[in-house]
Design a protein around this ligand. Structure first.
Ligand code: ZN
Length: 318
């Protein structure tokens, strides 16, 4: 019996590449549909302008809660290749994605191609791993390599490898910048307080402790007990700033600031970070490089690290 006849995340990852990919001869513009803009960014970097790439989940939209529209379903059905993040990120799209995979369509769950030992385990999702891999530039650079075999049928020989090398070089530069900017944050302030647990890989890479109001997914409610616990931590450690997220309402983050103020400790809103979405398409922060630059620069400046207001490339709005 085919064990992939049931809806299963492992099968999403395993099934598509059991199928034969088309011969390289198929040079017409392929239609690639990705769930997130981060995935579309990596595909464009490898493929250049030759392929049509559409991300379904737009600016400021939360992928944990996103439900595909009728138009999305049409796009998914018409796609030559569908790329999702996987590891439960697209919790409310799983059914339609699993249906595509079962029907023999090409579906690649990118995060699920990475070796398990490189991924963060999380008690909230015992059968999966932390999906927020785009937060670590080096892990994301590695993940991008797994796009190559999937895109190869539509790319000129060498194009994907060239695009991947240039993409990895940009991510490596961002990583070096992060090490300097975040490395300068004093030891007692190395705590990143955010709305949900999206920064685990980021914190692990750059030595920041993570505290979040909600867990790995935004589906749960923020609990009052958790807010009180975080207020106590902010006051005790004299942490100067907390961060909102572009794809999550900031009510609970405001509650932290007010709670700390009521106990005589002034906490700033350090800025709004991109967690599970990019900035507007066509802008600098609409790319993974720009998104990381924005986050690194914002965090470093709010917690006492060193970073210029314009970021690594001088392209961030002051
Ligand atoms: Zn998330």
């Amino acid at each position: 019996m085919n064990s992939c006849s049931v809806v299963s995340r492992r099968c999403l990852a395993a099934l598509p590449f059991a199928l034969a990919l088309p011969a390289r001869a198929q040079a017409r513009g392929a239609r690639i549909v990705t769930t997130t803009a981060m995935l579309a960014d990596a595909v464009r970097a490898l493929a250049g302008d030759g392929l049509s790439v559409t991300a379904l989940i737009g600016e400021g939209v939360d992928p944990h809660l996103y439900r595909p529209t009728r138009a999305d379903t049409q796009r998914l059905l018409a796609a030559d290749l569908v790329i999702l993040n996987g590891h439960r990120l697209e919790g409310r799209m799983e059914e339609v994605l699993a249906r595509l995979a079962r029907a023999g369509r090409r579906v690649l769950a990118l995060a699920e191609q990475l070796p398990r030992e490189k991924l963060r385990r999380h008690p909230e999702i015992p059968d999966a791993a932390d999906p927020h891999i785009w937060m670590d530039p080096l892990l994301w650079a590695e993940a991008a390599g797994h796009l190559l075999p999937a895109l190869a049928p539509w790319l000129a020989v060498g194009r994907g490898e060239e695009g991947l090398a240039a993409y990895r070089a940009r991510l490596q530069r961002i990583h070096a910048y992060a090490e300097g900017a975040l490395g300068a944050i004093p030891a007692e302030r190395r705590v990143l307080v955010t709305a949900h647990d999206a920064f685990g890989y980021f914190g692990q890479r750059y030595g920041l402790a993570l505290e979040s109001i909600q867990g790995i997914s935004t589906e749960s409610e923020a609990s009052l007990a958790r807010i009180e616990q975080l207020v106590a931590l902010l006051v005790e450690r004299r942490i100067p700033a907390v961060f909102a997220e572009a794809s999550v309402p900031d009510r609970a983050v405001q509650a932290l600031i007010e709670g700390a103020a009521a106990r005589g400790h002034r906490v700033q809103l350090g800025g709004t970070l991109f967690s599970d979405s990019l900035g507007r398409a066509g802008t600098y922060t609409g790319t993974v490089e720009g998104m990381l630059d924005h986050n690194i620069t914002t965090i470093a400046r709010a917690l006492g690290g060193t970073a210029p207001a314009g970021g690594l490339n001088g392209r961030l709005a002051a």
